[in-house]
Design a protein around this ligand. Structure first.
Ligand code: NIG
Ligand code: FE
Length: 411
């Protein structure tokens, strides 16, 4: 397939480009008036139109349109049983996220519902959400467990997540988040033992997870407990991605850095010490502005982090409690509007840095020869800044995943 007359081909990178950090986040390389050639599901060639090859295959005329790599959403809880708009109304009337959780709502509410469903029913409910986010331009998605909270239900969730990766064109990585909340019928100690001694070995034996996660937060899991679970996960070959500093400075950032976590996610509460800890680490700070938006929390200090030389990634946190939507372009808008990131920084955060955060950089996150032919073709728009500017706007015309046209706005 040949895409011709592209107004601007965005996020063009040399093979082997790593995450982008600090001042480099402002650089979003591209080619004006470009072509892009896709072959066997991969990017075969690109360049300015005056070097466009002849091709006998199908052609798309992208006059007036931008082409960019599909978004990489490195943090989601997209497998869940039911939405929680009742709690949303409670929150409007004044209840806090922590209060709802403490009275058995929140994660425990989602767990009760999920425990009643078969794997098949859970899959059927998650599938339309996955199809929806593909239409929003997402090509890679990380999916967490954490609404099972029993051995069998955590396994069930992860099998469903794996199946979504197998039976849809989305590239999926899965994360075992048994340590998401403590079920009411267990003590902390008993539940942590269950996570470490029963769940983890079974998850690992079946190859159900790529990562291990813990909700490190006051009222959930302490830094010591987080370390214990992460180290147990590491022994089974799972690298950490940690829920850190969502509601308080939780110690989760330090645990992440010390255990070589792939990412630490949320970071609404972060100080100089945590930013310093992240410098010279291999851990991607991942910001989830959708949950700050939905919970009316403060936003992570992205400018301060970038000024300190850090990279940042953006993800949706799509989940029924704190971020019930999965539109990456809206995360890009929130990053610009609420965190004062520039459009270039936000697109880098939503593509190449997200690809680092879920370790798909070898195949996704940029327009690079040999990477997956997974691209977004926009509607006719003036430039890249228009994407965050037209917040929640329908800017996407087509989504191609691994060379296949999966979504088209006119269908
Ligand atoms: O990332 N913080 C923990 N987990 C989710 C929320 C889960 C829920 O409320 O169901 C989050 O915000
Ligand atoms: Fe989350």
């Amino acid at each position: 397939m040949l895409i011709k007359n592209i107004k601007r081909l965005v996020q063009v990178r040399e093979e082997g480009t790593d995450w982008v950090s600090g001042a480099d986040m402002q650089v979003l390389p591209g080619i004006d008036n470009a072509f892009l050639q896709l072959e066997n599901g991969k990017i075969a060639a690109y360049g300015p139109m005056d070097s466009c090859p002849q091709d006998n295959g199908p052609e798309i005329d992208a006059t007036g349109r931008l082409v960019l790599p599909t978004f990489v959403d490195s943090h989601s809880h997209i497998v869940f049983a039911e939405t929680r708009q009742g709690e949303f109304v409670d929150k409007i009337k004044g209840a806090s996220y922590a209060e709802i959780a403490a009275r058995g709502g929140g994660i425990l509410n989602s767990a009760r519902k999920l425990q009643q469903l078969s794997a098949e029913e859970l899959f059927i409910r998650a599938l339309p959400r996955v199809q929806e986010v593909i239409g929003f331009g997402t090509g890679c998605l990380e999916i967490k467990s954490g609404y099972g909270l029993t051995v069998e239900d955590e396994i069930k969730m992860l099998r469903v997540a794996r199946r979504l990766g197998e039976e849809t064109p989305l590239t999926v990585k899965t994360t075992f988040l048994g340590a998401h909340a403590i079920p009411v019928d267990k003590t902390r100690e008993a539940y942590l033992n269950l996570v470490v001694n029963e769940m983890l070995p079974q998850v690992a034996a079946e190859g159900l997870a790529d990562y291990i996660d813990v909700f490190c937060e006051q009222g959930f899991f302490t830094p010591e407990e987080t370390t214990k679970v992460v180290e147990a996960g590491n022994k089974h070959g799972l690298t950490a991605k940690i829920h850190a500093n969502q509601l308080h400075i939780s110690g989760g950032v330090e645990v992440g850095v010390n255990t070589g976590a792939r990412s630490v996610d949320h970071l609404e509460s972060i100080g100089e010490a945590q930013i310093a800890a992240l410098r010279n680490s291999n851990t991607m700070p991942t910001l989830l502005p959708g949950s700050a938006f939905f919970l009316n929390n403060k936003y992570p200090p992205a400018r301060q982090m970038i000024a300190a030389g850090l990279p940042v990634a953006l993800a949706t946190d799509y989940n029924p409690g704190s971020a019930p939507a999965g539109k990456m372009a809206f995360m890009v808008s929130l990053a610009c509007i609420k965190m004062k990131m520039t459009p270039e920084e936000a697109i880098n955060a939503a593509t190449i840095n997200g690809a680092y955060a879920m370790d798909v950089l070898a195949t996704h996150g940029s327009i690079t020869v040999g990477k997956a032919a997974s691209v977004i073709i926009t509607k006719p728009i003036p430039d890249i800044a228009y994407i965050p500017y037209s917040f929640t706007g329908d800017v996407i015309d087509k989504v191609i995943l691994e060379g296949e046209l999966i979504f088209s706005a006119d269908r």
